[in-house]
Design a protein around this ligand. Structure first.
Ligand SMILES: Cc1ncc(COP(=O)(O)O)c(C=O)c1O
Length: 289
């Protein structure tokens, strides 16, 4: 069996859908999906209960797959590194392999190079994409520890893992990834990331008590604001139908997840442009609903 977080999103292929939170998106394929044990994301209150739950099922669990610190597609839901670390230690103790999906959070999004840099525990496998090429060309990479690599390695052709894709290791995409990494590691870009984190922090403090702000949360360069609709926060909240064109008309491409407005700015954004976005959100809070 595989352990995964409730509300997870890992992609749209059958395996990825199986380990993602079940709902309207996966419903048409539900018969084809394999069984997964879903656990809550950890916090101070539930961490001991989650550990007990893992202990009970540990002998039948092969691995745990998770989005570290931020569950992106499900609404930028955040959990603290401290409790994820505890959960990972628990998995390690029961020899449960850990697959850390950094596809959304990798390459600076959380304010550090990887979410892994917030953690002391180390996963066995990691998944990367999106920021790998700075979004310029499609490329994904899976990395693993030497122990996993050796388990797959053989000189015997019959034992080859005969799976690949047309564009596996595309030289052009790999070149773009290397160029993007060179840029990302430049001091000026690291400073840009730090600036975005700092600006977000100021915005959070300035807006968090607004009556139309249900919750505002931040992890590094990721900011999410739940608009208070007097209903449960939901991807299907129809207020996004007004929010989306409102921002577009003002030259800002925001894509609210239901009543959740979120910002994941490109690192090249200027201070003025970011301030313009904050001001427009403030204005929306005055003018809408
Ligand atoms: C955390 C996470 N994992 C996996 C994926 C899916 O990646 P891909 O579309 O490359 O399969 C996404 C895409 O949004 C994601 O955010």
């Amino acid at each position: 069996m595989i352990l995964a977080f409730k509300n997870a999103y890992h992609g749209d292929t059958f395996g990825a859908m199986s380990v993602s939170g079940r709902g309207i998106w996966t419903e048409p394929f539900s018969e084809k999906l394999f069984d997964v044990i879903f656990i809550d994301t950890p916090n101070a209150e539930n961490i001991e209960a989650i550990k007990s739950q893992i202990k009970e099922v540990a002998t039948k669990v092969a691995c745990f797959i998770y989005e570290p610190l931020v569950q992106g597609a499900s609404g930028m839901l955040m959990h603290e590194a401290e409790y994820l670390d505890q959960l990972m230690s628990c998995c390690r103790a029961y020899h449960i392999l850990m697959i850390q999906d950094e596809i959304f959070v990798g390459f600076g999004r959380t304010g550090k190079l990887f979410a892994a840099n917030h953690l002391t525990e180390v996963p066995d496998i990691m998944c990367f994409s999106k920021g790998l090429t700075g979004g310029t060309l499609p490329l994904g990479v899976t990395t693993c520890t030497d122990r996993i690599y050796q388990a797959f390695y053989a000189d015997d052709l019959n034992k080859t893992l005969f799976h690949g894709h047309s564009f596996t290791a595309s030289p052009l995409a790999c070149t773009a990834a290397l160029a993007s990494l060179d840029l990302l590691l430049q001091t000026s870009i690291q400073q840009q990331i730090a600036n975005i984190v700092h600006q977000h922090q100021h915005f959070v403090v300035s807006i968090q008590d607004h009556p139309k702000v249900k919750v505002i949360r931040q992890c590094g360069t990721i900011l999410a604001l739940e608009w208070n609709t007097n209903e449960e926060t939901s991807y299907f909240s129809d207020i996004h139908e007004k929010l989306y064109p409102y921002f577009l008309e003002k030259g800002i491409l925001l894509r609210p997840l239901g009543n959740i407005i979120y910002l994941v700015p490109p690192y090249c954004i200027s201070t003025d442009d970011l301030n313009y976005i904050y001001d427009t959100i403030r204005q929306a809070l005055i003018e809408l609903f």
